[in-house]
Design a protein around this ligand. Structure first.
Ligand code: GLN
Length: 379
């Protein structure tokens, strides 16, 4: 059989988590919290199941959950979203991104992708017969070189993928980025796929510039979110997509014959838990404290932090003290020092190696402390 993805291997997150398991290493690789999520939310799920909410939910998502999300968007981003026509609940953010790309892409279309790029984007483009057009974010700030983006736009450009807060770097988009984006998509048939799964994980009092704030951009966008990131339960695999009614209509045609609908009981619980604004509004500070705590601990090591303003991640450079390749080092740190990270080269098609590793700091203090202690032995 011909492979539809001949150049794609197993995702780096699965590979590094497996290696961490084999070597009993502290896993700061794959992005997931190791602390307990809200027990209240768990008990809401439990109650929903006991109350008999165990059959198919509506294919677009439970209506009450979509209504609650529309209210949240109105409050946070001053934009009114129609829950009937503009929101679909999905099994996770990655699925929402895949479905959005599959909805719009045709053979030989081009999609602007910024590297380092979350590893699902490019295979999602290729499997749809389209072509990624790569633009590298500028190390070490990882900002977008808009002049280069403009040069790379062609009459085949169908979409641009943005991601803020950014995985793997924690970079965030600013007002100028939004302006540039507007200039690019105005008067052109270019869609935006906006990966905003770290919407609430933003630090340093920076405002999250969601595409949802800009009705004129939302017209051309699919905006993808994750409850797993918002409620520290990545294993629940539930998220959602928002788009204009016209785009969402097409998105649902793809979605309905893929997963059809998501877990009903979880949606009941989430609809109720969304009433608790503090649960998501306090998350940024909570995770920022972890970034700061880890950064302080890492001062005892030779690694140099690259600024992170959001997400679960911070990158650290080792170029001042080693020229080992990042994949080799990530494997060696797991095997010899018992700490797992993600090498940044795995987010580049060319495997560009800036001597940078990504660390997930969404962990208990004791986990971070032990990891930093182990890393301080590395010389
Ligand atoms: N989003 C997670 C990360 O970046 C990984 C999710 C996955 O393993 N597919 O680490």
């Amino acid at each position: 059989m011909n492979s539809k993805l001949p150049d794609t291997g197993t995702t780096i997150f699965t590979e590094m988590s497996q290696l961490a398991l084999e070597h009993n290493a502290i896993n700061l690789g794959q992005g997931f919290p190791d602390f307990m999520m809200s027990k209240e939310l768990i008990s809401l799920v439990n109650t929903a199941m006991l109350n008999g909410h165990n059959q198919y939910a509506h294919m677009n998502g439970m209506p009450l959950l979509r209504e609650k999300l529309a209210i949240k968007v109105e409050k946070l981003y001053s934009n009114s979203i129609n829950p009937e026509t503009q929101i679909t609940i999905t099994p996770g953010g990655t699925y929402a991104i895949y479905t959005a790309l599959t909805t719009i892409l045709e053979k030989d279309d081009e999609v602007i992708v910024f590297e380092p790029a979350y590893d699902s984007y490019i295979p999602n483009i290729i499997i749809n017969g389209a072509k990624p057009v790569l633009v590298q974010l500028q190390y070490p700030v990882y900002n977008i070189p808009w002049d280069e983006v403009k040069e790379k736009i062609s009459n085949k450009t169908k979409a641009i993928i943005i991601n803020s807060p950014h995985n793997p770097t924690g970079a965030v988009l600013n007002e100028n980025d939004i302006e540039q984006l507007k200039q690019i998509v105005y008067n052109r048939n270019i869609f935006i796929v906006s990966d905003e799964v770290y919407e609430h994980l933003i630090f340093d009092d920076i405002l999250h510039l969601s595409i949802l704030r800009y009705p004129e951009l939302l017209e051309k966008s699919f905006v993808c979110f994750s409850f797993g990131k918002t409620y520290n339960c990545t294993g629940w695999k539930i998220g959602y997509c928002m788009a204009s009614p016209a785009l969402m209509k097409e998105f649902r045609k793809v979605h309905q014959f893929n997963c059809f609908s998501c877990n009903s009981f979880v949606q009941y619980a989430l609809a109720e838990f969304l009433e608790n604004e503090d649960a998501y509004l306090s998350l940024g500070k909570f995770i920022q404290n972890k970034r700061d705590y880890f950064q302080k601990l890492m001062q005892a090591t030779k690694f140099k932090p690259v600024p992170s303003h959001g997400s679960y991640f911070q990158c650290y450079s080792y170029k001042d003290f080693s020229d080992e390749n990042d994949m080799g080092l990530a494997i060696r740190l797991t095997k010899e020092y018992g700490v797992t990270t993600i090498p940044l080269s795995s987010f580049y098609q060319s495997k560009k190696d800036d001597k940078v590793l990504r660390f997930c700091f969404a962990k208990k203090e004791e986990t971070l402390k032990e990891a930093a202690e182990r890393l301080s032995r590395f010389s």
